[in-house]
Design a protein around this ligand. Structure first.
Ligand code: HEM
Length: 300
């Protein structure tokens, strides 16, 4: 049998095993169009998604860069899901963590596109047309956190002090760190940015938190008996890159546009942003058990 005959034989066998008539599929193949880059990558759809609402030239950059971030977050979640829902070797685990750090690094090193080259005046004018939208409302940013770590690790010290003894998922979400950005505990009022975000996504977040209970990336790691330093190092690196390096880069950009000549501007999402965005305040760590006391003090 030639190689080609063998291939056809295998195709026939494949469809027969499925109880299908192989001729139907072979004929389908005959009429199928070759795949082209633009169709496969959906380039036209992708490039039609940047729709500015003002005439400021940099607004399209602002939209595009947020979209790039969302795409990268999607690819990161894709990796994390495999670690959470599948059983993989320690080697694959470490490989995927290194990839997560690489993606985070792409986000950190590219953030200068937002910080440099866009005029302070332009940004502060066009952003007025975008209220109450804020990157704060990125659902993927929150989903990634829920996949990575138990909800308890997304609650800062003050939040932990407020928790009841046996908190439910509802209690944990009530005190999660990111509510500090828009919930006033004295008046019981939320900013518009927070309340519309919670109306849209909170139920989905709670469903996911239930689904990944005892299976988050942090817990999957803890199930590995005697993990080697080769695995612990990329775990720590990813935690630090995502929860310290990115927030600090993002904060430096926010400061450039919102903090000038001693005047602190109010953010689109209305948070006490200087404090809220700082990793020191958020105390967000996906894998706190991998940090000893000294390195925690270094957690900027
Ligand atoms: C000129 C550029 C930017 C400025 C001035 C800025 C400013 C801010 C501010 C002040 C907040 C706090 C919430 C609020 O009150 O609105 C925030 C939150 C956030 N922004 Fe940005 N941002 C910028 C670009 C971006 C980009 C490109 C992304 C990528 C998606 C992004 C993602 C986020 C996220 C995820 C949060 C929530 C952070 C957290 O909860 O820890 N931001 N941003």
């Amino acid at each position: 049998m030639t190689k080609r005959e063998e291939l056809i034989h295998k195709i026939v066998e494949k469809y027969e095993a499925m109880g299908e008539n192989p001729d139907t599929y072979l004929e389908g193949l005959l009429h199928q169009q070759p795949i082209q880059y633009w169709d496969y990558i959906q380039v036209e759809s992708l490039l039609s998604l940047q729709k500015p609402v003002t005439n400021f030239k940099d607004e399209v950059v602002f939209i595009g860069y947020h979209q790039v971030t969302e795409l990268i977050l999607k690819l990161m979640i894709h990796e994390i899901k495999q670690l959470v829902f599948e059983e993989v070797s320690e080697e694959v685990f470490a490989d995927k963590l290194r990839r997560l750090s690489r993606y985070t690094d792409m986000l950190v090193t590219s953030f200068s596109v937002m910080k440099d080259g866009m005029s302070y005046e332009d940004y502060n004018t066009f952003r007025m047309s975008l209220a109450p939208a804020s990157g704060f409302q990125s659902a993927q940013f929150r989903l990634l956190e829920i996949y990575c770590t138990p909800l308890q690790n997304l609650i800062n010290k003050k939040g932990k002090d407020r928790l009841p003894d046996h908190p439910t998922i509802d209690d944990l979400f009530e005190h999660i760190y990111w509510r500090d950005a828009g919930y006033n505990r004295e008046t019981g009022k939320s900013t518009q940015t927070l309340s519309v975000f919670e109306n849209k996504y909170l139920e989905e977040f709670k469903r996911l938190a239930k689904k990944v209970e005892a299976k988050t990336l942090s817990e999957k790691f803890q199930q590995i008996e005697h993990p080697s330093e080769k695995l612990m190092k990329p775990m720590r690196n990813f935690d630090f890159d995502y929860n310290v390096k990115w927030p600090l880069t993002h904060l430096a950009t926010a400061s450039k546009y919102l903090d000038r000549k001693g005047k602190t501007k109010e953010a689109t999402g209305g948070s006490d942003w200087k404090k809220y965005l700082h990793p020191k305040h958020q105390q967000r760590k996906f894998f706190p058990e991998l940090w000893n006391e000294i390195s925690i003090l270094d957690w900027k």
